[in-house]
Design a protein around this ligand. Structure first.
Ligand code: 4AD
Ligand code: MG
Length: 462
């Protein structure tokens, strides 16, 4: 017989029904009336399925009464309407097979609540907790929605390389790729040979798939990438990872306005999907992680996003009377504290545009005023920047000038410059950090808790 998921059991309409479930014990309670109650979870939903086990089962005393949190089991029985409050169904067990015992003495996830910080020490087990389970289901939903949105909007899914020679953001914060030749190293006590580049060429892990993405947008019109991205910035904050997942659409014949509209439609869609398809998890988040999250996300879906230029934002920040740690003046890169003030001021997502050319990468299109570029960041309350994007510089001469100013060797980016030589078009795109989107959807304060295995300075063991 096929088994069914606990999620399906909890929604089952045709009762009673012969059913098999497979999962892990969350709790066991023995009643005086000759029953045990097991709460079983298999990760397909937040809630557990209550299983009523009668004492008549042949392994009742020898096994069932020894079950502890974490044991894995296969249970057959009749799925029935439950008389208990808060659950529609329960399983009346006819057999309980123990698949894997779990040592209650050493199992870290006992009933007691652990801090998220403590749970990070058990990256291999923490998905068995309610919160991490909910967060990872939301992460899955957002990821699936991202693909659906772009597929339905006519964007091709493009795989850009992880190993690359170009530095898209020009920040120089990259992880170098080296070759480890174990045969050569045998007998040598050097851990690795740093002179060994990628077959003789210096390369690093990608900081963004954008430049490669632009080449395909210049042929296939609309593309998006969605993959792991690496930044060697040594920032130990609650919103930075050394390895994160970025979604990057790029569209030919798009200007900044089109780009902003795409970003807004995109965010509305993925958060709406989250509310619709992760209703149970989102209700739990609203109750336990961040009160008001449901109403906040519904607001994102329903209301138009606010817009402000960088210059307007600076005026606002300098006239608001707040004292910021980092003083504000035109030309600075906005800091987290400034973004926080601005999003609180507008009370929702904010699209900031037209940043100073001096603080943005070479590829952003220079505006007529020559001092700003056609850049856009989307900021949200609590997280700050979740999207960074721009219209790209499509004019050959201006691009060459900007590359020179940025100290880039045009020879190295000859293929990128070629796109401006052969049928150039206005085009635009952006990057959404998936983890920041998950943080916003779930209210989780630390980015380390929204990715299965966070990679941060000093943390890459498993
Ligand atoms: O603003 P960023 O650096 O933009 C780019 O990389 C562009 N090439 C994207 C494009 O236009 N195609 O990064 C984009 C987004 C940020 O808004 C943020 O959400 C996320 O990527 N991000 C990070 N997320 C986690 N940890 C980090 N260290 C991140 N750096 C950027
Ligand atoms: Mg940015």
């Amino acid at each position: 017989m096929d088994w069914i998921t606990i999620d399906a059991c909890r929604r089952h309409q045709q009762l009673p029904a012969a059913t098999e479930i497979r999962g892990w014990v969350r709790t066991r309670r023995d009643s005086k009336g000759g029953f045990s109650f097991l709460e079983i979870n298999d990760g397909t939903c937040l809630g557990n399925l209550q299983v009523v086990v009668p004492a008549e089962l042949e392994n009742y005393a020898s096994e069932v009464q020894k079950l502890t949190a974490g044991c894995s089991v296969i249970i057959h029985g009749q799925l029935c309407e439950s008389p208990a409050k808060g659950q529609a169904t329960e399983l009346h067990a006819e057999s309980v097979r123990v698949i894997g015992w779990c040592d209650g003495e050493t199992y870290p996830l006992q009933k007691k609540r652990h801090s998220f910080e403590k749970l990070r020490e058990w990256s291999h087990l923490r998905a068995r907790t309610n919160t991490l389970g909910a967060v990872m289901r939301v992460r899955n939903r957002l990821s699936q929605s991202i693909h659906r949105f772009f597929d339905e909007s006519g964007f091709y899914y493009l795989h850009t390389p992880i190993v690359t020679g170009s530095d898209c953001e020009g920040a120089g914060e990259m992880f170098r790729v080296t070759t480890l030749n174990l045969e050569k190293l045998a007998g040598s006590n050097r851990p690795f040979d740093a002179s060994q580049d990628f077959f003789g060429k210096p390369t690093h892990l990608t900081v963004s798939g954008q430049l490669e993405g632009e080449t395909y947008a210049s042929a296939m019109s609309k593309i998006y990438t969605f993959g792991p991205t690496f930044r060697a910035e040594n920032s130990n904050t609650s919103r930075h990872l050394a390895e994160f997942w970025m979604v990057e659409p790029e569209a030919a014949f798009f200007d900044l306005r089109d780009n902003m509209q795409l970003a807004e439609r995109f965010l509305k869609r993925i958060f709406a999907d989250c509310l619709e398809h992760c209703a149970e998890d989102m209700a739990f988040i609203d109750e336990r992680i961040e009160k008001g999250k449901l109403a906040q996300l519904q607001g994102v879906v329903d209301k138009p996003f606010e817009h402000m230029t960088y210059t307007e934002a600076v005026t606002r920040l300098t006239s608001c009377g707040e004292s910021f740690e980092y003083p504000v003046k035109w030309g600075i890169d906005l800091q987290a504290e400034h973004e926080k003030y601005l999003t609180q001021f507008v009370g929702g997502p904010l699209i900031l545009t037209d940043y100073p050319a001096g603080i943005k990468p070479f590829y952003m299109r220079v505006s007529d005023d020559e001092s700003t570029v056609a850049a856009m960041d989307v900021l949200v309350p609590g997280v700050g920047e979740i999207i960074g994007g721009s219209q790209r510089e499509e004019r050959l001469d201006v691009l060459q000038r900007r590359m020179g100013e940025a100290g880039l060797d045009e020879q190295e980016y000859w293929w990128y410059v070629d796109l401006r030589r052969y049928g150039t078009v206005p085009h635009a795109g952006f990057g959404l950090g998936l983890e920041r989107a998950v943080q916003y959807a779930t209210g989780m304060t630390n980015i380390r808790d929204v990715i299965p295995f966070p990679r941060t300075p000093g943390n890459a063991d498993f």
